[in-house]
Write a protein that binds this ligand. Structure first.
Ligand SMILES: CC(C)(COP(=O)(O)OP(=O)(O)OC[C@H]1O[C@@H](n2cnc3c(N)ncnc32)[C@H](O)[C@@H]1OP(=O)(O)O)[C@@H](O)C(=O)NCCC(=O)NCCS
Length: 166
């Protein structure tokens, strides 16, 4: 599979707005992820992604077409050796191992270029697809926090997965 991770380009905005505007994606993400997802939202996201001194928010492409997004977010202060991973894949491409590949690639990038020792993700407990992708990418379940996330008028457990290197 010809999966690639690259920086965002301003010309990606229309494609991004098209694939990102999907409740099936938004329902598993924080409220920072807009729904509905407009062209202006896509432009703002790309501008934000390109602000970083060290790139940390990327487009995922399949045969040069954007099919998702992935970001690795280093934490502050005493947590500076930790970074949080966030990602989503366009619904038409789910279940083909693409998230697993992208996560693995960002882990290598994080450990090699961002001076990290721990990379973590916090899927909802019911987000089986994300949990399986993390598992396949070598992450371990570190914690299960019952009824911690409040989204769309409902409680969800928060699961914390991490991969470490010392
Ligand atoms: C979660 C998400 C990124 C997974 O992407 P993906 O490319 O489909 O992931 P992968 O194919 O690498 O792995 C997912 C695995 O979970 C499985 N899976 C997906 N949904 C499932 C479900 N409801 N029940 C059981 N297994 C499920 C897939 O079959 C696959 O396992 P397999 O390789 O053994 O077949 C994608 O579904 C998505 O974008 N969801 C919305 C946003 C989101 O949840 N982001 C993550 C926030 S933490």
């Amino acid at each position: 599979m010809n999966i690639n991770i690259r920086n965002w380009e301003t010309s990606d905005a229309e494609r991004l707005a098209k694939i990102a505007n999907n409740f099936a994606i938004a329902k598993w993400l924080t409220n920072k992820y807009p729904y509905p997802y407009s062209l202006d939202d896509a432009k703002a996201f790309i501008a934000f992604a390109n602000e970083a001194e060290t790139p940390n928010v990327f487009a995922i492409t399949l045969y040069d077409q954007v099919i998702g997004a992935i970001g690795i977010h280093p934490q502050d202060d005493i947590w500076s050796k930790n970074a949080e991973l966030g990602y989503w894949i366009a619904e038409d491409y789910w279940g083909q191992g693409i998230a697993t590949l992208a996560i693995k690639e960002l882990v290598v990038y994080g450990f090699n270029h961002l001076n990290l020792n721990r990379i973590f993700a916090r899927p909802f407990g019911t987000n089986i697809g994300s949990r399986k992708a993390l598992d396949k990418a070598g992450f371990r379940l570190e914690a299960n926090l019952p009824k911690t996330i409040w989204k769309n008028d409902q409680w969800y457990d928060e699961y914390i997965y991490a991969i470490r290197q010392y």
